[in-house]
Ligand binder design. Structure first.
Ligand code: DAH
Length: 354
């Protein structure tokens, strides 16, 4: 054997040995990290194969192409084996993920609670919408404060100093500020509106009111009212009646019997209360309607000339009507709810029914 062929034969067998070792180590690699180490060992710049390539210049030029080609071929093969094994790891990992993240469409979903508008707010919105349809506008908040002075809650509403509604048993007074009350009615907003604007006026004013009552199924010390006011030339009682009848028809539907009843309020003359037939007994008489068959839903009347005068509107030129209705009462009547406290207890089982 010549010196060259011996040298070439040695190199060839060395290269094949490297290839076999690499193949075995690739095969044995258990993790990506181990595979990386093998890759580094056999394919990096300082690998045995690379060193052999660098040594090519020292061997017989005639042999160089053969050995050169063999080194290249073997490093390609090793690269290929590594890639294959890498794919194996990749798909194993993917399969594991798919198993872990498998979706079971038969499992219960996560229930996401939806927020909702409170029943009373819904009634207010509905009523305001009806009156907007009839040509009324929502009052500006600044004319409808809940903390009020007696002047707007009582004086300008033509309510005498000795009127029982002013009694601390009916109205909440501020302890440290004389004449300051939590408003007992939304009627304060009508005088504030009239004081700050000129007729024609047609406003609707919803809000909270407070009364010093003991709480029961029929009474709460906080409740809601909606006030309405219309002032212009030639406003008559028939306008009041027509407007309220239309409201009742739109809110309750035409089938609910209603009646206007003579009444008294210090700020209206004449005054009327409106009743609807009791929803609990259908008019036969029951504890809810105290045996009368009727339930009162609102107070109303023609604005008293004294009230117009008090806010600088000439009662010889202008006239008006006003009304105030209880939001809780109207909601209870529509849905046959028999306890006002349900609105304020925040029991979702009740609230989510509407
Ligand atoms: N403020 C009255 C109350 O709370 C309701 C009322 C009656 C309002 C007649 C009015 C009205 O505007 O004209 O009982």
């Amino acid at each position: 054997m010549s010196q060259e062929s011996f040298e070439t034969g040695f190199m060839e067998s060395k290269i094949l040995e490297i290839k076999n070792n690499a193949a075995a180590e690739i095969n044995n690699a258990k993790t990506l990290k181990e595979l990386d180490e093998v890759k580094n060992k056999y394919l990096s710049r300082s690998s045995e194969l690379n060193n052999l390539k660098k040594g090519l210049k020292d061997i017989d030029p005639a042999m160089r192409p053969k050995i050169g080609a063999l080194t290249n071929e073997v490093s390609k093969e090793i690269e290929c084996l590594i890639k294959e094994k890498n794919d194996v790891f990749y798909f194993e990992e993917l399969n594991q993920k798919l198993v872990l993240e498998k979706i079971d469409p038969t499992l219960d979903g996560t229930y996401i609670k939806k927020g909702r508008v409170h029943t009373l707010t819904a009634t207010i919105n509905e009523i305001v919408e009806i009156f907007e349809h009839l040509g009324f506008s929502l009052i500006e908040n600044k004319y409808s404060p809940e903390v009020e002075v007696e002047k707007y809650n009582f004086d300008l509403l033509n309510t005498p100093k000795e009127h029982p509604a002013r009694d601390v048993q009916d109205t909440y007074y501020a302890l440290n500020a004389k004449h300051v009350v939590l408003r007992s009615q939304t009627s304060n907003s009508q005088v504030r509106q009239m004081e700050n604007s000129k007729p024609p006026i047609r406003i609707i004013s919803p809000g909270r009111v407070y009364r010093n009552e003991s709480v029961s199924a029929r009474k709460n010390n906080l409740f809601h009212q909606i006030e309405g006011l219309c002032v212009d030339k030639n406003i008559r009682f028939t306008d009041l009646k027509g407007t309220l009848n239309e409201f009742i028809r739109l809110y309750f539907g035409s089938s609910r019997p209603t009646r206007f009843r003579n009444s008294f309020f210090p700020f209206t003359e004449p005054s009327a209360e409106v009743d609807v037939q009791c929803i609990m007994c259908g008019g036969k008489g029951c504890p809810t309607c105290s045996g009368t068959g009727w339930l009162e839903i609102l107070g109303s009347g023609m604005v008293d000339p004294n009230v117009l005068k008090g806010v600088g509107i000439d009662p010889n030129v202008y006239s008006g009507f006003a009304f105030g209705m209880g939001v809780e009462r109207l909601t209870m009547l529509k849905y046959a709810i028999d306890d006002i406290r349900l609105f304020f207890n925040n029991d979702e089982r009740f609230l989510k029914q509407f």
